[in-house]
Design a binder for this molecule. Structure first.
Ligand code: AMP
Ligand code: MG
Length: 329
C-alpha cells in the first residue's frame, strides 16, 4: 500500500510518501523571515507557490509513480486557516485527479504516532512545537491531553523573545546557540499550574530584563531554557507517574533542542522510563508523519470518497482529544 501525505498547518509545506509503514520520501519547504513572525497569508502564498515542485520532488525521491498511490492523507488541523486551506485544496485536487480517497489527519496525533518508527509503542509525548505545547498520552480510546500551555506555545514563546532581541523567525535555534554561552543563571518566574504551564508572564519578565540592558543575551537565553524546560520536564514526569507509562517521546520543533533532550533523558533515567526522540526530520513539521498515520487510519477503514469529499473541511481549532481513535486497541 502507498499513501501520500500533505502537511501545511503553519510555516511548512511538505509531501511525504509511505509504503507499508516505510518512509519512502519526506520533502518540505518552510517559510522563514529575516525579521518578525509568521504572516499567515504570506505563508499560504509560500505553500501555493511551492506545492507542485514539492509534489514532483517527493514522487521522484520515492521512485513511486502517482498512479500507484492508494490514498491521500492531509493535515486537517489544528493550524492557521489560510495555510490549512492550501493543503486541503491540494488534497482534493489530487483526489480528483487520481480517483483516490482522502484521509483527514490530526497534526498533533501524527507527531505522536510517528514515534512508532523509533520503537515507542505507548508513550507519554511531550509535544513542544511553535503553536502547540501539550503532554499527550493514549487512555480509554482517545489521546488525552494531560497538561498543556495555558497561553502560548513554547516555540512561539521562544520566537517572540528572539524577536524582541532583534532576531528573525525561527528564533529557537539561535537562542539555543546563545544559551550555550550563558554563564549566569537569572531568577525568572517558574509557572507550573497543576499539570499546565503558563508562559506569557515569563515572556514579559524576560522582555523587561532585556530592555533594562543589565543582562547579557546569552545569560537571558540560558536562564530562559533552564527555567522553561524544567517546567516541561516536571509536567512530563508527573504524566508518566500518573499514567504509569514507561516511555517518554519527544515531538515538535522545540524538541530539536539539545538541552531539552538532555533534561528529558536525565529524568527518564532517574525514573526507569525509556526515552525516545525521533530524528530531526520527523520532529519538526513534516508530511511523512501525516502519510504514516494516514496509512494506519486508512488500513483501519477511514477514508472519504466521491461526494463525501465535498463535505470535508479544515479544522483550524481541532483538539487532540476530539479525535476518535479507532485504530488503536
Ligand atoms: P514546529 O512548529 O513543530 O515545526 O516547530 C517550530 C518551532 O520550533 C519554532 O518555534 C522554532 O523556533 C522551534 N525550534 C526549532 N529548533 C529549535 C531549537 N533548537 N531549540 C528551540 N526551539 C527550536
Ligand atoms: Mg507540529
Amino acid at each position: 500500500m502507498i499513501v501520500l501525505g500533505i502537511e501545511s498547518t503553519a510555516h511548512t509545506f511538505g509531501i511525504g510518501i509511505v509504503g507499508n509503514g516505510k518512509i519512502l520520501s519526506n520533502v518540505k519547504k518552510s517559510y522563514t523571515t529575516e525579521k518578525g513572525g509568521i504572516i499567515p497569508m504570506d505563508a499560504a502564498k509560500h505553500h501555493r507557490d511551492n506545492k507542485e515542485s514539492i509534489y514532483s520532488e517527493a514522487l521522484k525521491n520515492s521512485g513511486v509513480d502517482e498512479s500507484k498511490i492508494d490514498a491521500i492523507a492531509v493535515s486537517q488541523g489544528p493550524g492557521l486557516a489560510p495555510c490549512l486551506l492550501q493543503g486541503m485544496g491540494f488534497a482534493k485536487e489530487l483526489s480528483r485527479k487520481l480517483g483516490k480517497p482522502i484521509v483527514p489527519v490530526n497534526h498533533c496525533v501524527a507527531h505522536l504516532e510517528i514515534g512508532r518508527v523509533t520503537g515507542a509503542k505507548d508513550p507519554v509525548m511531550l509535544y513542544a512545537s511553535g503553536a502547540n505545547t501539550q503532554i499527550i498520552a493514549y487512555a480509554s480510546g482517545k489521546f488525552r491531553v494531560f497538561g498543556e500551555t495555558l497561553d502560548i506555545g513554547v516555540g512561539n514563546f521562544i520566537d517572540t523573545f528572539a524577536r524582541y532581541a532583534g532576531m528573525g523567525f525561527p528564533g529557537g535555534p539561535a537562542i539555543e546557540k546563545l544559551a550555550q554561552q550563558g554563564k549566569n543563571f537569572l531568577e525568572i518566574p517558574y509557572k507550573v499550574k497543576g499539570m499546565d504551564i503558563a508562559l506569557s508572564g515569563i515572556l514579559t519578565n524576560l522582555r523587561q530584563k532585556l530592555e533594562s540592558k543589565k543582562h547579557s543575551l546569552p545569560d537571558l537565553a540560558f536562564s530562559l531554557q533552564e527555567t522553561v524546560f524544567a517546567m516541561l520536564v516536571e509536567v512530563s514526569e508527573r504524566a508518566l507517574a500518573h499514567t504509569e507509562k514507561k516511555e517518554l517521546l519527544l515531538g515538535g520543533g522545540v524538541a530539536c533542542n539539545g538541552r531539552l533532550q538532555e533534561m528529558c533523558k536525565i529524568m527518564c533515567k532517574e525514573r526507569g522510563a525509556r526515552f525516545f526522540c525521533p530524528e530531526k526530520q520527523f520532529l519538526v513539521d513534516n508530511a511523512a508523519m501525516i502519510a504514516f498515520l494516514g496509512e494506519i487510519m486508512f488500513k483501519s477503514g477511514i477514508g472519504f470518497k466521491g461526494k463525501e469529499i465535498e463535505s470535508l473541511d479544515i479544522k483550524p481549532r481541532q483538539r487532540t482529544d476530539d479525535v476518535e481513535v479507532s485504530w488503536r486497541k
